[in-house]
Write a protein that binds this ligand. Structure first.
Ligand code: 7TS
Length: 423
């Protein structure tokens, strides 16, 4: 047994108990123990990136200390070990989202690169002049701009599904936009600015009934709820490792095997080829066709361990805990005079965006930071959402599996301080 696999066995806890012991879970995250500006850190910026459990930090350290090697090329022992660890992370991801085959899992840098890969590969091959791509009004810029670039290049048209005043997708309008011109739908599973959970299964069914493939941007869903791409039947699904308690610089593009087979490479280089001559290059099989160059090996291994960690608690339990915490936070924050919550969808996950009347969101963020509270203020890389709600920016508290009611209470107390300072 290698140092890496031994570590994996000993360092991720077996937690079959029913009580969600958040204090115990917090001990797994060394960063949470610190003070910021003299106050205990309250980390509520999980939608931007989540903190890392010790198991993830350790596995990366152990990898570099004992197994570091390039993959898929050396016959030497270290290279074979590194290859096994990397490929076993792929299998871990496959099981995590219930894909059918390992080769449907492509390691990328993150959700952004996953979407860009589909736009550049699938899009360049299959989108023609006059075709339409459907996105929604609540997309992150990374699910808008790659499609705009493609539309510019191909003289195609971007169509946008509107949202209602609660921040819910208007399915009747989506239905109207679907036509014979539609060649792809790309929609967020969960909105990063509003927290709305979209009815992805219905969205996929409606598109599929017209033969249109669907990409689901799961950046804000994968950390909060079980994801089953087989049940959802989406054609592509992306998410980022760093929002799922894994390292930065690693993420996943899932694609149905037959689609990936039909797609041209995204980037050219080492590992993505079978043979190269100046006359003709033959490409490697899926998924390697899409993984040119030395990948983020340590990142993939770290992501595998993050998934192992999350599974050891259980996403169903994380989901139930966070839902309860979100409703606690929503109630507590709504009671503050002058607060307006942006995003009041019936189905929400992990995110509470708000504005405080008469105080700019950045000022809210600055005062909160003095109180040790980390949250994001601004447009959250979703400027069309801000325009839709007529606000320049919001303050956004986003939850992770380690947040507590006490932290929400600290946020509420700090918001009263903001009011004192600015009124
Ligand atoms: N899609 C959604 C819905 C997101 O929330 C984000 C990042 C991305 C895609 C891009 O992910 P990346 O890992 O490739 O950068 N969202 C945020 C956020 O809300 N605050 O910081 C990053």
């Amino acid at each position: 047994m290698t140092a890496l696999s031994r570590q994996k066995l000993t360092q991720t806890r077996e937690t079959s108990h029913d009580i969600y012991d958040v204090e115990r879970i917090r001990e797994d995250f060394p960063i949470l123990g610190q003070k910021v500006n003299g106050k205990p850190l309250v980390y509520l910026d999980n939608a931007a990136t989540s903190q890392k459990p010790q198991a993830v930090i350790d596995v990366i350290k152990t990898y570099y200390a004992t197994e570091n090697s390039n993959i898929h090329r050396g016959v030497h022992t270290l290279s074979e070990r590194a290859t096994r660890a990397y490929e076993s992370a792929r299998s871990e991801v496959k099981r995590f989202i219930n894909a059918q085959e390992d080769r449907e899992i492509i390691f990328v840098r993150g959700s952004t690169e996953g979407i860009n890969l589909v736009a550049n590969s699938y899009g360049r091959k299959f989108i023609q002049s006059g075709d339409e791509i459907i996105i929604s009004w609540m997309e992150h810029h990374s699910n808008i701009v790659p499609w705009q670039l493609l539309c510019e290049e191909k003289d195609a048209v971007l169509r946008v599904v509107p949202i209602n005043d609660d921040g819910e997708l208007m399915l009747n309008e989506y239905e109207k936009l679907l036509s014979t011109r539609t060649k792809l739908v790309s929609i967020a599973h969960v909105s990063n600015a509003l927290g709305s959970i979209n009815p992805v299964k219905t969205i996929v069914e409606m598109a599929h009934s017209r033969g249109i493939p669907v990409l689901i941007d799961g950046a804000q869903a994968a950390p909060h709820m079980p994801v089953d791409v087989t049940e959802m039947d989406c054609d592509f699904y992306v998410f980022s490792g760093h929002k799922l308690y894994g390292p930065t610089g690693i993420g996943i593009l899932y694609g149905k095997a037959h689609l990936l087979e039909d797609m041209p490479p995204y980037q050219g280089g080492g590992d993505m080829i079978k043979s190269v001559t100046f006359e003709k290059t033959l490409y490697n099989v899926v998924p390697y066709k899409f993984e040119a160059g030395t990948p983020n090996i340590a990142g993939a291994i770290g992501l595998g361990t993050a998934i192992h960690y999350v599974n050891s608690i259980g996403l169903e339990r994380i989901n139930a805990y966070e839902r309860e915490l979100l409703s606690y936070a929503t109630e507590a924050i709504s009671e503050i005079k002058g607060i307006r919550i942006i995003g009041t969808a019936k189905e929400k996950a992990g995110i509470l965006s708000f504005i405080l009347e008469g105080v700019h969101a950045h000022d809210v963020g600055t005062v909160l930071d003095h109180e040790g509270i980390a949250l994001r203020t601004g447009h959250h890389c979703a400027q069309p959402v801000m325009q839709r709600f007529g606000v320049p920016a919001t303050a956004r508290a986003s939850l992770g599996l380690y947040n507590t009611r006490e932290e929400i209470d600290a946020l509420v107390r700090a918001l009263y301080k903001v009011i004192e300072v600015f009124r």
